[in-house]
Design a protein around this ligand. Structure first.
Ligand SMILES: NC(=O)C1=CN([C@@H]2O[C@H](COP(=O)(O)OP(=O)(O)OC[C@H]3O[C@@H](n4cnc5c(N)ncnc54)[C@H](OP(=O)(O)O)[C@@H]3O)[C@@H](O)[C@H]2O)[C@@H](O)CC1
Ligand SMILES: Nc1ncnc2c1ncn2[C@@H]1O[C@H](COP(=O)(O)OP(=O)(O)O)[C@@H](O)[C@H]1O
Ligand SMILES: [K+]
Length: 573
């Protein structure tokens, strides 16, 4: 299943087309309620008599909530399901009579002036389902809606306080008996009410959901901050909308999923040797930033590439060689530990043997390094250079290579530019004119700000718009890092990652990402696919590392160590 990302206008058009194709609005609502109920039942399955409060709004989001509540009760007779209505439902609502028939408790906000009933309902709940507003909202929230959400927050605080008072002290908080099963969960239908589904802006009274179940497609606002912070874990239920609905099919923005990444990864041939899986060259490191090259090289190796070489100033290689025994080295001429003029010639003697190239991590931004970068980018690719051997620690004969003098054909292999490489680009006017086709740039928001001349806030506010526009303007692949990393290419495709994980917000994880991408590129993946798969596996590894170590303590090396778990989970033996 390919998961699309839409704005609300596109979603309305898809709904109408699905209705036209024979899936009525009511059918969609019932399937939406079914999907939300499935998640809700999982959230309460450990409780013997769970109490569930469903907040119901006036529109279809409220309708989804009514179906959800009814289905929870149907599936779990022991559940105490009660509804809190912001306003009277429309006269023709088909679900209200059923709720009365089944005898479930309902309260109406206008009968609950001080919202004490609501506060008590929430304070005694194990699960609160937020079905007040979905994509039909127009901010700001009106008074009564804001009052209801504030009362819910007070109810949640009451619950927390009661729990704290009941607490038992223990030297290990995880062992305190009252900790187990204490928290009330919040499940948002389509998103926390108060979220702007197009921009990610969110009303200050909105609840912070543990989980959101959304329908047919993800919405931009669920992936943009600050709103994304309150969305929690996102599930997308496609509601059986057929692929032929062209309003859905034509959407170019997608949310990447594990199955898609697994399909992208190159197959592994058993009858192989290290030459089979490509060779990655990493130009990285300088005396002040030694570790970057190491992280990138180790990460590249974990991607399954046959060989990784690091080209770096000689003293850097000297410091790192023992830490990455698998890497081979190309020792570039240097001045005080920074590559010097002359490095370019040596680079071109070597590069013909490699199937992918990464330039940038930890290189510094000295003038000579900048010259080196642009000479590499501007190299006359037809120019032959005389062959010379004996560089580096390993005088590497290309494994199983029948044409071992590829140095003659010194065309650049597929290229990734990261970190200082990007910073050096941004110092030059119209730098994008120097890039070979299909180059992958991997800026974080700060580097993107430098490349675009915008502020970081401007970049973050319109991540999708800016990354798509610049990929076209610069005719290159851009991977914009951060929570919900985006990858865009000139032809209009844009892919978002589902991950937001503060465990990755630690120095060096960017080098790990760049190494992983160049490793995949070297194995022959198409550049856009390598960027997407690399970003996914990197963030997925971050999830494994966070699970094992807790997000606070994860460091970049842990992400490298967790890469094998990520690969194994995607492609089980
Ligand atoms: N997309 C899909 O495929 C599917 C969509 N489905 C579901 O439909 C949902 C969209 O439903 P929807 O269009 O009825 O809008 P909804 O979010 O319920 O809100 C509208 C109500 O809110 C009110 N209201 C608005 N702003 C307000 C404010 N600031 N403060 C206070 N009130 C405000 C507004 O009042 P009005 O402005 O009309 O006076 C109106 O009454 C969608 O999110 C999903 O859950 C599924 O059933 C199936 C598949
Ligand atoms: N909160 C977050 N959620 C998901 N991914 C994150 C988050 N913070 C950082 N990352 C990821 O971690 C990496 C950080 O890279 P970068 O900022 O270049 O760090 P460094 O230069 O120190 O290596 C990127 O892949 C980025 O997408
Ligand atoms: K909602």
């Amino acid at each position: 299943m390919v998961i699309k990302i839409t704005n609300t206008e596109e979603m309305r058009a898809i709904e109408a087309a699905a209705d036209e194709a024979g899936i009525s609005y009511q059918t969609m609502m019932e399937r939406a309620g079914q999907a939300a109920a499935e998640r809700a039942l999982q959230l309460i399955e450990h409780l013997s008599d769970p109490r569930v409060t469903v907040l119901i709004g006036p529109g279809n989001n409220g309708g989804d909530g009514l179906v959800t509540g009814l289905l929870i009760k149907q599936a779990n007779e022991a559940a105490d399901v009660r509804f809190y209505l912001l306003t009277e439902r429309p006269e023709d609502d088909p679900y209200i009579p059923v709720i009365h028939e089944v005898g479930l408790f309902t309260a109406l906000a206008s009968d609950d002036g001080d919202k004490r009933v609501l506060r008590n309902m929430v304070a005694s709940s194990d699960l609160v389902i937020d079905a007040l507003f979905g994509i039909g909202i127009r901010l700001p929230l009106r008074d009564e809606a804001a009052k209801v959400l504030r009362a819910v927050r007070r109810g949640l605080l009451d619950r927390e306080k009661e729990h704290k008072e009941a607490e038992t002290w223990s030297i290990n908080p995880a062992q305190a008996p009252s900790e187990a099963g204490s928290g009330v969960k919040i499940l948002a239908i389509d998103g926390p009410s108060g979220l702007d589904f197009d921009t990610g802006q969110i009303d200050t009274t909105a609840l912070t959901a543990d989980e959101t179940v959304t329908f047919i497609a993800a919405k931009y606002g669920q992936l943009l901050f600050p709103g994304a912070q309150s969305v929690g874990q996102l599930t997308v239920a496609n509601l059986g909308i057929p692929d032929k609905v062209k309003e859905l099919k034509s959407i170019e923005a997608t949310l990447l999923d594990a199955a898609t990444v697994a399909d992208l990864l190159p197959a592994r041939n058993q009858d192989s040797n290290k030459g089979t899986f490509g060779k990655a060259m990493i130009v990285a490191g300088s005396v002040n930033y030694v570790g970057a090259a190491n992280l990138a090289a180790r990460s590249a190796y974990r991607s399954g590439v046959g060989l990784v070489s690091v080209a770096s100033a000689r003293p850097v290689a000297g410091m790192l060689a023992a830490a990455t025994p698998e890497a081979t080295w190309v020792l570039l001429p240097h001045d005080m530990g920074v590559v010097s003029d002359g490095a370019t010639d040596m680079f071109f003697e070597e590069i013909g043997k490699y199937s992918a190239l990464l330039i940038g991590p930890g290189m510094g931004q000295e003038d000579t390094t900048q010259r080196f970068l642009f000479q590499v980018l501007d190299h006359n690719r037809k120019q032959a250079v005389p062959k010379r051997r004996g560089l580096g620690f390993a005088n590497l004969p290309p494994a199983n290579d029948t044409e071992d003098d590829k140095a003659e054909a010194s065309e650049l292999p597929p290229l990734v530019i990261d970190a200082d490489g990007l910073n050096m680009l941004s110092k030059e006017d119209e730098w994008w004119k120097h890039l070979p086709e299909n180059t992958i740039l991997t800026p974080h928001p700060g580097e993107m700000a430098r490349l675009t001349g915008l502020s970081i806030e401007e970049v973050q506010k319109d991540r999708f718009g800016i990354v798509s526009e610049k990929a076209k303007e610069w005719n290159t692949i851009i991977l914009l890092k951060g929570a919900h990393t985006l990858i865009a290419e000139p032809k209009g495709r844009v892919t978002a990652l589902p991950f937001k994980n503060d465990a990755l917000a630690t120095a060096g994880t960017g080098d790990v990402l760049a190494g992983l991408i160049v490793g995949l590129l070297a194995q022959g993946m198409a550049p856009y696919d390598a960027a997407c798969a690399g970003a996914y596996l990197h963030a997925f590894a971050g999830e494994f590392a966070a699970q094992a170590l807790g997000p606070r303590s994860v460091i970049a090396s842990d992400v490298i160590d967790a890469l094998s778990s990520a690969f194994k989970a995607l492609t089980p033996a």
